[in-house]
Design a protein around this ligand. Structure first.
Ligand code: DAH
Length: 344
């Protein structure tokens, strides 16, 4: 029995030695130390032994079992360490590799221009107002002194939704809305940026949807020189301190008198070139003194209050400022175009 145990021991130790995986090792453990294993078998047959032999064999059997178990544990630790080593080797991170750049977006050119204009006017004490893009005929036309059948309505081909509702053709209705909503008819000083819609065929200079910024200042004693001062500041802020402005008589039903503002051409410094069509001047916006009828309809007494208003197209301003040659660039959103205007 002693030889049998010793033979089992060396057989088991040899198998432990050659085991190359944890699975294989577990197989050895089950085979030799398990309940149905040969050592258990030996111990079971101990009853047949003599009283002197029994403790000797018992001790040996326990020793053999302990040796095999210790060998298995040692081998297991070895295999695990090897596996960890291999894993660390395979999953090595090279911290010196350059990182992958994260793509960062930036504001759309049109957004930047609108915000730049907003910042200037906020600095001059104007508030930012908004109005609905689906507008009533009343605010889009009537309240701006454009009654039904007025020939000036032909200037703006509109997207009608019903007979009385349309997509606003300009941001001017926000003038009327703001004055109308003002309790106790306090002074108003606001600008309103927003989308407007016209039934134009899209080309390099026309878009059926574009942006406008409306301005309105109503108070006691607002004069045309105030308008000129504000517009001059605006032109210099956007196009450079060396720009000059010129007001030309014009017509809008909601202002009297009405003007159009030009700035001196930056390309030729007023000498005349292809950009300014040889005139030395570039048209920028429409403006004027708020028509007494418009004030009256909104509840302001035109004998007490006066005001100025202006309306401009940020696309046109961006096009002139950055030399963009086609209004459709603002809407086709080609990243190659847009990225040129992202500030670092
Ligand atoms: N609403 C005009 C347009 O869309 C622009 C405009 C001109 C607005 C003169 C004004 C203004 O407030 O005074 O063409």
């Amino acid at each position: 029995m002693k030889e049998q145990l010793q033979a089992l021991e060396s057989e088991a130790l040899a198998k432990v030695e050659t085991a190359s995986s944890l699975q294989e090792l577990q197989g050895v453990r089950v085979a030799y130390l398990g309940k149905k294993g040969p050592i258990t078998e030996v111990l079971r047959g101990m009853g047949k032994l003599s009283a002197e032999e029994r403790p000797v064999i018992g001790e040996l059997a326990n020793k053999v079992r302990g040796n095999i178990a210790a060998a298995i544990d040692e081998k297991k630790a070895g295999i695990e360490a090897e596996q960890l080593e291999k894993q660390l080797e395979e999953e090595q991170i090279d911290v010196t590799l350059p990182g992958r750049p994260v793509a960062v977006g930036g504001p759309h050119l049109l957004t930047s221009i609108v915000e730049e204009i907003e910042d200037l006017f906020i600095g001059l004490g104007f508030e930012i107002r908004e109005g609905p893009e689906v507008e009533t005929d009343y605010f889009n036309f009537e309240a701006l002194n454009l009654p039904k059948g007025h020939p000036a309505r032909d200037m703006q081909d509109s997207f009608y939704i019903t007979e009385d509702l349309l997509l606003r053709t300009h941001t001017s209705p926000v003038q009327a809305r703001t004055m109308n909503a003002m309790e106790n008819k306090q002074p108003v000083k606001m600008i309103c940026p927003g989308k407007v819609y016209r039934r134009d065929t899209d080309d390099a200079t026309h878009s059926h949807q574009f942006t406008q910024i409306e301005g309105l200042y109503v108070d006691k004693n607002v004069r045309m020189s105030d308008l000129k001062g504000v517009l001059d500041r605006f032109a210099k802020h956007m196009f450079g301190e060396d720009r000059e402005i010129r007001l030309r008589p014009s017509f809008f039903p909601f202002t009297e008198p009405s003007v159009e503002m030009d700035i001196s051409c930056k390309m030729c410094n007023g000498k005349g070139c292809s950009v300014c069509k040889r005139t030395g001047w570039i048209e920028i916006l429409g403006a004027g003194m708020v028509h007494p009828r418009v004030l009256e309809m909104a509840g302001y007494d035109p004998k007490v209050y006066s005001g100025f208003a202006f309306g401009m197209g940020p696309e046109r301003i961006a096009m002139l400022k950055y030399g963009v040659d086609d209004i459709r660039h603002f809407y086709t959103n080609d990243l190659r175009f847009l990225k040129q205007y992202h500030k670092a």
